[in-house]
Design a protein around this ligand. Structure first.
Ligand SMILES: [Zn+2]
Length: 326
C-alpha cells in the first residue's frame, strides 16, 4: 500500500478505529482543534414534519462547506485525499488492499472517519455499492457508513471516499429504527423479496429504504435505485444521492436520499445568503452552519426549505416510487 504511516491495533475493526481516533485526538493538534470546535459548537434542535432537525454551528467545517468543487478549482489544487498529500501527522488503518481509514480532522461527530482509496479515482456510487456493504458488515453495527455523491456534499469529488460515524447518532437513523419496530406508518413498503424496499411518505423527507440479508441481492437492488433515479432526474456525472448503510445482526439497512440540487439557491456569502451545503449528514438530520450569522438566521422554515430545495421534489419522488414498485 502506497502509504507509510499505517498503524495496527488489537481487536475488531470498530475497536481498532476507536483506538486510532483516541491516539490521533491525543497527538494531532489539528484534530484536537477540530474536536474543540465540535464540542464548542452551538446546536439548535427543531421538529420538522415529525422529524428532528438539528443545526450545528461548527466553525471548523468552513473548509468543507465552503469548498469550491468546480472542475477548474479541483484541477488547480493538490488532491488532499491522495496518500502523498495527507498531513504528516495523519495515521491510517488499512482496510482491504486499497482503503485507508483516516480520522477526519474537522469532525461533525466524535468520532468521524474518512475511508479513502489509495488510488486517485473519481467519486462514483456504482462501483462502490459492494464495498459500502462490506465495510458496513465489518463495522458490525458499531458504525454507519455513508457516501456523498460528487455533487451532493463531497468536497473531494475527484477522489473516491466514504465516511463513518457511530451508528445511531443521526436523528434520521434513530427515527428509522424506531419506525421499523413501532410501524408508525411513515414508510410505505413497496416489496419484500429478495430485498425489502420502502419509501418515506410526505411530509417526511424523501428517502428510499432497503433492508436485506443477501449482499448480492442488495447490490442489485441498489443498482436499480440508482438507475431509476437517473431516469427520473438525469444528472452528470451520476444520479444525485446521499447513501447510508448500517449492519445489525445479519441484516443490512440502507437508506438513500435522492437529490435534485447540489446547493440551495441561497448558497453564498452575500447579504441574505447562507454558507450551507448539504451532504449526507445534513439530510440525516444535522444541518451544518459554519458561520454564526447563518446559524442565527436558520429558523425551522429556512432550514427545512434548504433541505427541500436540494432533495428530489415530491412529484419526481412519486415517479421514482412508481418505478421502484413496478
Ligand atoms: Zn487524490
Amino acid at each position: 500500500m502506497n502509504f507509510d504511516r499505517l498503524v495496527t491495533f488489537p481487536g475488531s475493526l470498530p475497536q481498532q478505529m476507536d483506538a486510532l481516533w483516541a491516539r490521533q485526538a491525543a497527538e494531532w493538534p489539528r484534530l484536537a482543534n477540530g474536536l474543540a470546535s465540535l464540542h464548542n459548537a452551538r446546536v439548535n434542535s427543531f421538529n420538522l414534519n415529525g422529524a428532528t432537525l438539528m443545526v450545528q454551528c461548527n466553525a471548523a467545517r468552513i473548509v468543507s462547506t465552503g469548498a469550491k468543487i468546480d472542475a477548474a478549482s479541483i484541477a488547480a489544487r493538490p488532491c488532499f485525499l491522495c496518500p502523498a498529500n495527507l498531513p504528516v501527522e495523519q495515521l491510517g488503518l488499512a482496510y482491504g488492499d486499497r482503503w485507508l481509514i483516516l480520522s477526519n480532522p474537522a469532525p461533525i461527530f466524535d468520532p468521524h472517519f474518512t475511508i479513502s482509496s489509495t488510488r486517485h479515482e473519481p467519486q462514483r456510487i456504482m462501483p462502490l455499492t459492494g464495498t459500502i456493504l462490506d465495510l458496513a458488515r465489518d463495522l458490525a453495527g458499531a458504525y454507519t457508513v455513508f457516501y456523498n455523491g460528487p455533487k451532493c456534499g463531497a468536497s473531494a469529488p475527484d477522489h473516491v471516499h466514504m465516511q463513518a460515524i457511530k451508528a445511531g447518532v443521526l436523528p434520521f437513523e434513530r427515527e428509522l429504527l424506531g419506525e421499523l419496530y413501532a410501524r408508525e406508518g411513515w414508510i410505505e413498503w413497496l416489496r419484500d423479496h429478495p430485498v425489502r424496499v420502502g419509501v418515506t411518505r410526505a411530509p417526511r423527507r424523501p428517502a428510499i429504504i432497503l433492508a436485506g440479508r443477501d449482499r448480492d441481492e442488495l447490490v442489485t437492488a441498489l443498482t436499480a435505485v440508482v438507475e431509476r433515479l437517473g431516469e427520473v432526474h438525469p444528472a452528470d456525472p451520476e444520479p444525485m444521492l446521499n447513501l447510508f448503510a448500517v449492519y445489525s445482526p445479519e441484516v443490512w439497512l440502507v437508506y438513500v436520499f435522492p437529490r435534485f440540487a447540489h446547493r440551495p439557491a441561497c448558497y453564498g456569502t452575500g447579504p441574505g445568503q447562507f454558507v450551507v451545503s448539504p451532504g449526507s449528514i445534513d439530510l440525516g438530520g444535522v444541518l451544518i452552519a459554519p458561520r454564526p450569522e447563518d446559524f442565527e438566521r436558520l429558523t425551522p422554515e429556512v432550514a427545512g426549505g434548504i433541505l427541500e430545495e436540494v432533495l428530489l421534489p415530491q412529484d419526481r419522488f412519486t415517479q421514482l416510487r412508481e418505478a421502484l414498485a413496478g
